[in-house]
Design a binder for this molecule. Structure first.
Ligand SMILES: Cc1cc2nc3c(=O)[nH]c(=O)nc-3n(C[C@H](O)[C@H](O)[C@H](O)COP(=O)(O)OP(=O)(O)OC[C@H]3O[C@@H](n4cnc5c(N)ncnc54)[C@H](O)[C@@H]3O)c2cc1C
Length: 194
């Protein structure tokens, strides 16, 4: 059954193509599967969980995660300063689908959490879906084509190339940027990188 469109309405087209006042029925059954390309940004815990979720729920798709770092892990790849650890008990701070009974501490150190994420990535065979040392430098929605237009930089060669996706999943870490603007007198320059 085709969706009926009226002139001037938005185009919630389920099984057809809007062309001005005309409506063309697609010659395919409603509910036919459509191949989609999905791009993820970031291979931290969110990116890894997304790979698993897609595998469990989708069939006709291709997928890549761009990760600017040299390895997966996100927060736990980047933060290794002395005493760095999670502040939620480790038995809660892990994938429910991948419990690890061997945590060495109630609040495990960063290195151990990073290793856990790498192990999950390896043992679940996720590496093929992840391009490390690749930074997404821009993402623009192309309304006409119904696609995300991306620019990606290979950080090893410096080469920038274009990619596109039906769906863009942002796992770039929403709490990453250091912001001291609410702390009177605090300046980022005062921080020391360890
Ligand atoms: C010291 C510390 C302790 C913490 N403890 C806890 C805790 O106990 N409990 C808790 O819930 N949370 C904790 N957090 C928060 C932690 O960041 C999140 O729990 C979680 O790790 C975030 O995972 P993520 O994958 O969403 O983001 P991230 O781990 O930040 O990963 C984002 C990834 O995206 C990549 N990326 C970003 N931009 C681009 C781009 N343009 N192109 C390509 N790649 C890109 C980054 O390189 C990174 O690998 C802690 C954070 C820190 C720093």
């Amino acid at each position: 059954m085709a969706t009926i469109l009226r002139t001037g309405e938005a185009t919630p087209v389920l099984n057809g193509i809007a062309d001005g006042d005309k409506y063309h029925v697609r010659e395919q059954p409603l509910g036919s599967k459509k191949h989609v390309r999905i791009v993820g940004i970031g291979a931290g815990a969110s990116g890894l969980n997304m790979i698993r979720t897609l595998r469990l729920n989708l069939t006709d798709y291709d997928f890549v995660v761009y990760e600017k770092n040299a390895d997966v892990g996100g927060t736990w790849f980047e933060n290794r300063y002395p005493g760095c650890r999670c502040d939620v008990p480790s038995h809660s701070y892990q994938f429910s689908w991948r419990p690890r009974p061997e945590w060495t501490n109630f609040f495990s150190p960063a290195r151990e959490i990073g290793e856990y994420l790498c192990t999950v990535c390896d043992e679940e065979g996720m590496r093929d879906s992840i391009k490390t040392r690749h930074r997404v430098t821009s993402a623009t929605w192309d309304d006409e084509a119904g696609l995300w237009r991306l620019k990606v930089q290979n950080l090893e060669t410096g080469e920038e190339f274009a990619d596109s996706a039906n769906f863009l999943v942002d796992g770039s870490g929403i709490l990453k940027s250091v912001s001291l603007s609410l702390v009177p007198g605090a300046q980022c320059q005062q921080m020391t990188e360890i």
